[in-house]
Design a protein around this ligand. Sequence first.
Ligand code: SF4
Ligand code: SF4
Length: 94
Amino acid sequence: MREEELPYKGIEGIPIIKEPGSASKVNRGSWRLVRPVYDREKCTKCKICFTYCPDAAINWTPEGPEINLKSCKGCMICVEECPTDAMTEEKEGT
Ligand code: SF4
Ligand code: SF4
């Protein structure tokens, strides 16, 4: 669809991504009040945190999850969903 044909064009209040992929340039980690902390000993490598993270801030490695704190905005979904408490919450700055 050409840009001038977009049905939402000109409607106020609807955000438009002008530069797809630009989110990676923003340090979303600076928005965080709390951060997830990972405990490898408790992790069963179930991949739930990796699957549920809405920001794709968890990379999957052969050793398990790896949190990218530049992308993580601290929603704590990974902490909430982890079945073994391998992810826990810590206040920023502590
Ligand atoms: S706190 Fe939220 S954004 Fe950060 S790694 Fe967990 S699920 Fe992803
Ligand atoms: S959800 Fe918890 S147990 Fe599962 S991979 Fe993530 S940290 Fe490990």
